[in-house]
Write a protein that binds this ligand. Structure first.
Ligand code: KPL
Length: 297
């Protein structure tokens, strides 16, 4: 059975998912946010443009034959899940795909019975206009089932296969939480620093940023450990620098949000570290500084 992929919002990552679905002949629908236009085209890394031909979005409820991909900011998630829970059957699979943390808890509250999956991607993309996306960096996607939800092995395989078509290559992670914390560290370091300094990701290779990046990694490790996720500082710092090198010419999503005066994802990124650190009684001065500096912009 081929599922119909339903993609929420009009963001850059949603656009990549739609292009991937179309190119792999997977039926899909784009559901723009009320009041905003649906995405129209995606420029691929090859320079070729995909004109999106989404199926009609009638208002019928989604079923087990549908997959809902939610590539929204974590700040938009609560409202979206509150609206969408009435349109889903309990067997509709849902994939949350966002930077930062907090999605799993919201899904546990608003979609407790659905098979929910968590994903994180390192693909780079941005909006060149309200309805146009450009893919700027090849990445990969980590996928796993939400520890707060029940999924089955055949469904896991099927969802991994579909996500692979939409925004692959996909690696299935039984320890998706660890993958999410690793990506959190990457975002805690790169996103606020690039936004505050108004530089592309590669600008962080300058020696003046090394101590801050390493300090962010140390703090994330300490908080992760208190949350029972074991990460290693040197490995984490190496990962962050690897992403900086691979995405050197890209502008981080937070930098773009700040430039376009959109709400940033700071709450779910450094804000999440600050909040967890407070609960656990850990000092995180660097993350706190970055969090406050972005909020002061
Ligand atoms: O995820 C990203 C983002 O911009 O949000 C990184 C990995 C930092 C790439 O720019």
């Amino acid at each position: 059975m081929t599922m119909t992929v339903n993609i929420l919002g009009s963001g850059a990552i949603g656009g990549l998912c739609a292009a991937g679905a179309q190119l792999s002949a997977t039926p899909y629908r784009l559901w723009p946010r009320p009041g905003s236009a649906a995405l129209n085209n995606v420029e691929l890394l090859s320079g070729e443009t995909v004109n999106l031909e989404s199926q009609d979005c009638d208002d019928k409820a989604l079923t087990a034959a549908d997959l809902l991909i939610v590539p929204l900011k974590v700040t938009q998630l609560k409202e979206a899940l509150k609206t969408w829970r009435h349109k889903l059957s309990a067997s509709t699979a849902v994939v949350l795909l966002h930077n930062g943390m907090g999605g799993m808890e919201l899904a546990a509250k608003y979609l407790p019975d659905n098979p929910v999956f968590l994903a994180t991607t390192s693909h780079g993309a941005f909006k060149t206009a309200a309805t146009s996306i450009r893919h700027t960096g090849k990445g990969e996607t980590m996928l796993g089932s939400s520890p707060c939800h029940t999924t089955s092995t055949p469904l896991n395989t099927h969802i991994a296969e579909i996500i692979n078509r939409c925004i692959g290559p996909v690696t299935w992670r039984d320890d998706i939480q660890t993958a999410l914390w690793q990506k959190l560290a990457v975002n805690c370091a790169i996103n606020p620093l690039t936004a505050l300094n108004k530089i592309p990701n590669g600008g962080l290779l300058a020696a003046q940023h090394t101590a801050t990046i390493t300090g962010v990694c140390e703090e994330v490790c300490a908080v992760a450990s208190a949350c029972r996720i074991e990460l290693e500082v040197n490995t984490l710092a190496a990962l962050v620098f690897n992403v900086i090198e691979r995405t050197a010419e890209n502008f981080s999503s937070m930098h773009q949000d700040v430039i376009h005066k959109r709400t940033t994802e700071i709450e779910g990124i450094n804000g999440y570290i600050v909040k967890q650190a407070k609960k656990k009684g850990i000092d995180v001065p660097i993350n706190t500084l970055l969090y406050k500096a972005i909020n002061a912009l």
